[in-house]
Design a protein around this ligand. Structure first.
Ligand code: ZN
Ligand code: FE
Ligand code: FE
Ligand code: ZN
Length: 270
């Protein structure tokens, strides 16, 4: 199958079941259809293993509703658009085995691994942004990227979500940190996982995509598979800026986009 080059896929779509997104699931699908997508995937926040967090992730009951609704929409829209059943899982090293067991109970098409926490700090939460003012920014970046490396190596995930989301509020270490990125791409390449071009950073204080173009160029050079996600938390955010960046990446030499079914990756020409 060939996708229009200007419109590959949007694999990172949330739903109101996670407690911090709005709109009905069919509205996200309608938006994708209207914008010309042939394939999209839901990837809402998987329940937290150790705690209940109604504003951050689905509960186990909501996860069942989520799956039922993704399945229903997949059949309903099958002639118009392909809908994949993904999930976004928070990675914490001490929970690897529990995450593995929990994921075995479901038949997702793909699993995103995300790092949103360093220890007890949800560093990308506006409510915890103040902690950036008191931390060692370089050390925080190191801790963050080391967690991403562990996530990649864990074998739990198909795609690393928003690879450099640590920059969300615009705090950056003085000097270059590309060595840290390279080391992280080594782990990703070694593990054989994909990355996403996530456009939601454009809507955040940092005002740029995750990861930045320099990192994506390096992924293209290394042959690390790339997919696309808007991280939509509102229906109108579906697909946002993906067309623009897909064209841009094509210009930088990207020839294929990674797509998933039953946790098997294939590459589709763009
Ligand atoms: Zn979210
Ligand atoms: Fe995330
Ligand atoms: Fe997300
Ligand atoms: Zn996300």
């Amino acid at each position: 199958m060939l996708y229009p080059p200007e419109m590959p896929v949007d694999y990172h779509i949330h739903t109101r079941l996670c407690g911090h997104a709005t709109g009905e699931m069919w509205e996200y699908v309608e938006e994708a259809v209207q914008k010309g997508f042939r394939e999209v995937g839901f990837s809402d926040h998987f329940p937290f293993i150790e705690r209940v967090a109604p504003r951050l992730a689905m509960s186990w009951e909501q996860l069942s509703l989520y799956i039922a609704e993704v399945d229903r929409l997949t059949s309903k829209y099958s002639k118009i658009i392909t809908i994949r059943k993904g999930i976004e899982v928070d990675y914490e090293p001490h929970l690897e085995e529990q995450i593995r067991e929990a994921l075995q109970r479901y038949d997702f098409d793909y699993v995103y691994g995300s790092v949103h926490n360093i220890g007890d700090w949800q560093f990308d939460s506006p409510r915890e942004q103040h902690r950036w003012e008191h931390c060692d920014v370089r050390k925080t970046y190191e801790e963050y990227f080391h967690l991403v490396q562990q996530a990649a190596a864990s074998g739990l995930f198909d795609i690393i979500a928003h690879l450099d989301v640590v920059k969300k509020f615009g705090y950056r270490p003085s000097g270059d940190y590309f060595a840290l990125i390279q080391e992280t791409l080594d782990a990703i390449e070694e593990a054989g996982v994909a990355i996403e071009l996530n456009t939601s950073g454009l809507r955040k204080p940092v005002g740029e995509i995750y990861p930045d173009l320099r990192t994506i160029e390096e992924c293209i050079r290394r042959g690390i598979p790339v997919t696309f996600g808007s991280d939509a938390h509102r229906p109108q955010e579906v697909g946002q800026d993906i067309a623009h960046y897909a064209q841009k990446l094509k210009g930088l030499g990207l020839t294929e986009v990674a797509v998933f079914a039953n946790r098997k990756r294939t590459l589709v020409e763009i």
